[in-house]
Design a protein around this ligand. Structure first.
Ligand code: ADP
Length: 933
């Protein structure tokens, strides 16, 4: 760094602040500007598109510098943080005019992606969480559930087809990029996970396992994750595409430090009141939470009183959805480009407020499992639908509701503006209307919400009396307090404004005294008050003795007088005092509102809940949704169900509704066959989405429905784009399938799309068969399995509970029409060539394909398929006919084969190419069954 001896006191101050800002870009306030120096200047210039200049231009080593006017702080900071930078703000802590030596400066805040609070930096409809991850060394042991990502014996063993082991090696069964993790930690070690939204004060913690961590992160979608320094290498690089990892020293996660941080902040002696038991595995959650709080305290440097509860998140209360299912069902963002538009959330979001939209996204991320709680929401929605007129008025009132939840946090931190305080006041004014509406309801949930709402009559009256209407963003020059609120302020304003009147009177008096008719008394902000006389008046000798010359112009002279000076002084003081007083009034009101933080936060939650329930009611009534009946048995009857997004986007009546039924009579495992483009994926996704919607309490797009509560939804659909993460599509498909087979219970809902497509036909069909068979025999959960392997339809003859469905296709001459209607029975044709034609494959190619197809059919080449079918059926029905399976190297192979054994022991680095070839040749013979010497 720069030699101390050469530094000016201010630069010494700068370097001290830079040191304290720990690698953040330092915005250093200098007068009306925030300046950045050296590397920071270049980094910021690139992001903000501003010019780098130099300080001390004439010296030999000028210092690179870039800056912007202080008024732009919020927007420029937002851009820097959005570009992934941490930003520290160093402010002037005293009025430079009053400072005797160098102005005192301090770091007032450090802003990072997870600790952003300012409205301008946040998407109003999305939560912005900071997560904290504590990886412990303790293992959950065998209590936990098995996972597809996890190691060993995720075997799709079936008695008939043989052992099709997937992922017998540790690394190969890990999800993409998580290999490093495995080398550092056991996947079932306990992990504490906390997440906090600084802009609203919501704070949660849970204990999970490393294995489930990535599913939880997918649900929470934090913009920043705190991790122990020493575990950084355990986190895969791809995670950086989704979040910023911030390393923290291990000791802040230590049990004692973390608990102390929490207890001190909440002013408690135990955290049991929040529902945590620190002598159980909850302690890991608390360690993560303590570290999160420590980080916030370090970065915020202001009151965190609005974070007043730490809530335990108990995953067993919610419908579980793993990361890949979440992505494939496009619940909160689209699969391809991660946008909100096009997701289920965007389709159903009819909320009037940002608070409502955020709550809805929480609901959809964590659907319920408790039937009673779901029904409470349904009751509320049903009532809201029936009270459409009142609801219309309440929706209108939501227009005056501002984002209380986020505003109150800013107010507690004393970062609010008069405009924000006034908007809180306007929102509080609406509370009586909301309360009356809620308390007049019959639904238990609406009534409870009504009871939770405390009116803030006095506070909102005071805010209304205090602030002018339509305030501008800039409040530094004052002028925001309404006349009549403070007598003292009004008097000062009178004095300040009285200047004009006084000047006119003084001018008349001086004109009379001097006899100069064109004498003027004026004021400019630069020059202050003065008397101006023309040169001719001056030469006429009428200027009195007590006029003191201030300035000479071409045609006039300017003077002041003792009286004018005295007045100027008083007016100036009045203006300054008025501004000071306004700021004081603002600060006092800010504190008054902050004192009601808990009640205002509660009001915010009530409004958000009401908004979401109304939004779901509006959705249900405008889009013709029905109330599903929820039951505990694992059944499903959706009549005339529609895909939520497609239904909305199709012209009325264009979307073809379909039934989804799982029952004793209709079976629980449905194999859906039919040509590509027929609507199989749409149908199975639709089924999953409707169950999910039902479990958030929403009505669903169907004629009627009975839905047995689902504990987990598993979706293995769509081609994964995992190749970029270094894994083959097939590997990913198998990992996900393994996870489903290991974790699904009788109460789960499984949707599978084209399993086995990523491998050769035999492998693929065998796998698909084995998977379906395992579900049919062992898991017996509600399953919708779309497949192009027609062979699989034979399963329906073998196992009870397995049913064939197909999508109706009309064929006329050489044309086909997709009717998108699901009917019972297996499809008999695949129409691949027709689809190719529809897709615009050149005509001659299509014609040629038709010729080949006809030829194959003539020659009954399908016999191969028939043989395969026969074999599969026999393998399933007659165990004795089971043959030793052919060695399948495509699936890692059986563990005990001599070739595999030898391969394991082989030291490739010690082999010459020729030796390697000879070994290969010998193995080939073994595998082919040829004699070896
Ligand atoms: P598959 O999985 O059989 O290849 P998809 O489910 O991808 O077929 O559907 C193909 C297209 O057909 C979809 O893009 C959708 O627009 C349309 N579609 C599917 N189901 C329906 C339906 N029930 N009603 C109307 N259009 C549908």
């Amino acid at each position: 760094m720069t030699n101390d001896v050469e530094l000016t006191p201010m630069m010494k101050q700068y370097y001290a602040a830079k040191e304290a800002s720990k690698g953040a870009i330092l915005l250093f306030r200098m007068g009306d500007f925030y300046e950045m120096f050296n590397e920071d200047a270049y980094k910021a210039a690139k992001t903000l598109n501003i010019t780098v200049t130099t300080r001390d231009r004439n010296k030999e080593n000028p210092m690179p510098m870039a800056g912007f006017p202080w008024q732009h702080l919020e927007s420029y900071m937002a851009r820097l943080v959005a570009a992934g930078h941490r930003v520290a703000v160093c402010d002037q802590m005293e009025d430079p005019k009053k400072a005797k030596t160098i102005v005192k400066r301090e770091i007032t805040r450090i802003v990072t992606p997870g600790t952003m609070m300012d409205e301008s930096m946040l998407d109003p409809r999305s939560c912005n969480y900071l997560a904290s991850i504590f990886v412990s060394e303790s293992r959950q042991g065998h209590k936990g559930r098995k996972s597809g990502r996890r190691v060993s014996s995720v075997s799709l063993v079936t008695e008939s087809v043989g052992a099709l082991d997937v992922g017998t090696s540790e690394n190969s069964s890990l999800a993409v990029g998580e290999r490093d993790v495995a080398s550092c930690f056991e996947n079932d070690c306990y992990v504490g996970l906390a997440w906090v939204e600084l802009s609203t004060g919501r704070f949660f913690a849970t204990t999970t396992t490393f294995d489930d961590l990535f599913d939880s992160l997918a649900r929470i979608s934090p913009s920043e994750c705190l991790i122990q320094e020493e575990v950084r290498r355990a986190f895969p690089e791809w995670i950086l595409e989704r979040t910023t990892l911030t390393q923290r020293p291990g000791w802040v996660f230590s049990r004692q430090t973390a608990l102390d941080t929490l207890l001190k902040h909440f002013g408690l002696t135990t955290l049991e009141g929040f529902g945590f038991d620190s002598s159980s595995s909850d302690v890991y959650a608390l360690q993560a939470a303590g570290a999160a709080l420590d980080y916030i305290l370090e970065t915020q440097k202001q009151s965190l009183d609005f974070i007043d509860v730490l809530s335990p998140y108990r995953s067993e209360q919610y419908l579980e959805i793993d990361e890949s299912t979440r992505r494939s069902l496009e619940i909160v963002q689209t699969y391809r480009d991660g946008r909100r538009d096009g997701s289920l959330l965007a389709t159903i979001d009819r909320c009037s407020t940002a608070m409502g939209s955020r709550l809805l996204s929480d609901w959809i991320a964590c659907p319920l499992k408790d039937r009673r709680k779901i029904e409470l929401r349904q009751d509320a929605i049903e009532e809201l639908i029936s009270r459409s007129e009142d609801v219309g008025k309440i929706r209108d009132s939501f227009r005056s509701v501002s984002d209380l939840e986020r505003l109150i946090s800013r107010i507690v931190q004393e970062r609010g503006t008069p405009r924000e305080l006034a908007s809180i006041g306007k929102t509080l004014q609406c509370l009586p209307q909301f309360k009356e509406f809620l308390e007049g309801s019959t639904s238990a949930l609406l009534q409870t919400l009504g009871r939770r709402l405390t009116l803030q009559t006095e506070l909102c009256c005071e805010l209304d009396r205090a602030f002018q209407e339509n305030l501008s963003l800039n409040y530094r020059d004052g002028g925001f307090v309404k006349g009549g609120y403070s007598k003292e302020l009004d008097d000062l304003h009178d004095k300040e404004k009285g200047g004009k009147l006084w000047m006119a009177e003084y001018q008349a008096k001086e004109m009379a005294r001097t006899g100069i008719p064109n004498l003027r008394v004026s004021y400019t902000s630069v020059f202050g008050y003065y008397i101006e006389c023309t040169k001719s008046a001056v030469s006429s000798g009428k200027i009195p003795e007590d006029y003191e010359r201030k300035q000479t112009l071409k045609n006039a002279e300017r003077y002041t007088t003792p009286e004018l000076k005295k007045f100027a002084q008083e007016a100036l003081e009045a203006k300054e005092k008025a501004l000071e007083l306004e700021m004081e009034i603002f600060a006092t009101l800010q504190r008054k509102v902050a004192a009601e933080c808990a009640a205002i936060q509660r009001a915010a939650q009530v409004l958000a809940h009401l908004d979401v329930l109304i939004a779901l009611a509006v959705l249900a009534s405008t889009s013709n949704y029905c109330r599903p009946q929820m039951v505990d048995e694992p059944i499903l009857t959706i009549s005339e169900g529609r895909h939520p997004s497609l239904d909305l986007n199709c012209a009325s009546g264009e979307f073809v509704p379909n039934d989804s039924v799982c029952s004793e009579e209709k079976g629980f495992l449905h194999l859906i066959t039919g040509p590509n483009m027929a609507g199989k994926s749409t149908y199975i996704r639709q089924t999953a989405l409707l169950v999910l919607l039902a479990q958030i309490g929403s009505f669903i797009p169907a004629k009627e429905a009975t839905i047995g509560i689902v504990d987990r939804i598993f979706a293995r659909v769509g081609a994964a784009d995992e190749l970029t993460r270094g894994q083959s599509t097939f590997m990913v498909e198998m990992i996900e399938t393994a996870r489903i087979l290991n974790n699904a219970t009788r109460s789960s809902l499984v949707i599978l799309d084209e399993i086995g497509r990523g491998t050769s036909t035999y492998d693929g069909v065998a796998l698909a068969w084995a998977i379906a068979e395992h579900i049919a025999k062992k898991i017996q959960c509600r399953t919708f399995f779309a497949t192009h392997y027609h062979e699989l339809t034979d399963l329906a003859d073998i196992y009870p509970g397995v049913t064939n469905l197909n999508v109706v296709v009309r064929e006329w001459r050489d044309e086909i029409a997709f009717l998108h209607k699901i009917e019972e029975g297996a499809a008999d044709k695949s129409y691949g060539v027709h689809v190719a034609k529809l897709a615009g494959v050149p005509k001659e190619v299509v014609v040629r394909a038709q010729e080949i197809l006809a030829g194959l059919e003539d020659k009954q080449v399908t016999a191969t398929t028939d043989l395969l079918r026969q074999a599969l059926r026999e393998l399933s029905t007659n165990k004795k006919q089971k043959k030793e399976p052919v060695i399948q190297f495509s699936l890692l192979g059986p563990d005990n084969h001599p070739v595999v054994e030898e391969l394991r022991k082989l030291k490739i680095e010690e082999l010459s190419p020729m030796e390697a070839l000879l070994i290969l040749e010998r193995w080939k013979k073994i595998v082919d069954g040829a004699p070896t010497e």
